[in-house]
Ligand binder design. Structure first.
Ligand code: PMP
Length: 351
């Protein structure tokens, strides 16, 4: 391979997704999927879409789904952009709002896709250190040269930045785009969506993968001012105008209309999270206060890497990250109460 070509191909280290093992005997708690299935209405809507209409392209403007999302968030269709999972919406956002050569900022411990996109699109970045207790140091995000991105709740810590502090970050970056990745915010007590009316530079990104139990459908969306949404449309239409297929569109519309089902499943996840956090603390774990559908824990007497390996041997898959700052932690997705009881039993044997 020529030096030129290999330098382009090696510009970024690709994101390494969590293990996707198809083994129903395994309790899978490693990639923060929802433990509850999507409602019947979603499955039926997808089934109903299977037919002759598949010969036709889907709507490039995704109007019907954007209407449904807008209704769910009490905003207008012009405030909504839809993509193939929030990972794709994030990629489009990096391209639309962050400039090659101009430094952006994000937390040092965060969703690892941000460094991948930054390197891929030649956007320099500063990783700002978290406080000792893993909370975000908002001052370090003020007056960024090229923009700011952070997840709220943060991943993989699960810690939520209170809305007043989110607003401070916005106030001190009014000339730059601030992207808040709210993949997990339905499990948290607040969201920044209402702030889009006040801050035209705010883009909130959400997904149907977590609270709406549709990781397999790949539908994510951004909520922001019409100007930002227009910027995203230009990027999308420069790549692939049809990012969402007909089946995904039908399923996601039904999901937007199933709020009462999802309120119940989300409440169950939150209740199990709180109960499990307490049980794990009693076993001597350090449990970060999570507002997501996962928890991030460490134990003073046990290396996280071997905890991960021993749990896997015992039929439970969790996530361990090799990055030095968090190598003492494992991340566990909240499952059903029964899954969590099994987890606790196996942990007691391992410890
Ligand atoms: N943001 C964060 C913080 C995540 O953890 C994930 C899930 N890996 C995503 C975005 C992407 O989710 P999806 O592409 O399934 O919408």
């Amino acid at each position: 391979m020529s030096k030129y070509w290999s330098s382009i191909v090696n510009r970024t280290d690709p994101y390494v997704p969590g293990e996707q093992i198809n083994d129903s005997s395994l309790i899978k708690l490693n990639t923060n999927e929802n433990t509850y299935p999507p409602p019947e209405s979603v499955i039926k809507a997808i089934q109903d879409e299977i037919g002759e209409s598949l010969k036709l392209y889907p709507s490039p403007t995704v109007d019907e789904l954007r209407e449904a999302i807008a209704k769910a968030y009490d905003v207008r269709k012009e405030n909504i952009f839809v993509g193939n999972g929030s990972d794709e919406v994030l990629a489009f956002s990096f391209m639309a709002f962050f400039e090659p050569g101009v430094t952006i900022r994000f937390p040092a411990i965060t969703y690892s896709f941000y460094t991948v996109y930054a390197k891929l699109f030649n956007i320099p970045y500063e990783e700002v250190r978290l406080n000792q207790d893993f909370t975000l140091n908002t001052h370090s995000l003020f007056h960024s040269e090229g923009g700011v991105i952070f997840p709220n709740p943060n991943a993989p810590t699960g810690i939520l930045l209170p809305i007043e502090q989110v607003e401070e970050v916005l106030l001190h970056n009014q000339e730059k785009v601030v992207i808040i990745d709210e993949a997990y915010s339905d499990f948290a007590k607040e969201s920044a969506v209402p702030l889009i009316q006040k801050y035209p530079n705010l883009l909130v990104i959400q997904t149907t993968s977590k609270s709406r139990s549709l990781a397999g459908l790949r539908v994510g969306y951004a909520i922001g001012s019409p100007e930002l949404i227009e910027g995203l449309n230009k990027i999308k239409n420069s790549f692939n105008s049809y990012t969402i297929d007909r089946l995904a569109m039908a399923g996601a519309i039904a999901a937007m209309n199933a709020d009462s089902y999802y309120k119940k499943t989300t409440a169950k996840v939150i209740e199990t999270r709180e109960w499990l956090s307490e049980e794990l603390s009693q076993l001597g774990f350090h449990v970060l206060p999570s507002q997501a559908n996962f928890i991030f824990i460490s134990h003073p007497n046990k290396k996280a890497k071997s905890l991960y390996a021993q749990l896997k041997e015992n039929g439970i898959l969790v996530r361990h990250f090799s990055k030095a700052a968090i190598e003492n932690f494992i991340r566990i997705t909240i499952g059903t109460k029964q899954d969590m009881i099994t987890l606790l039993e196996r942990l007691k044997i391992i410890l």
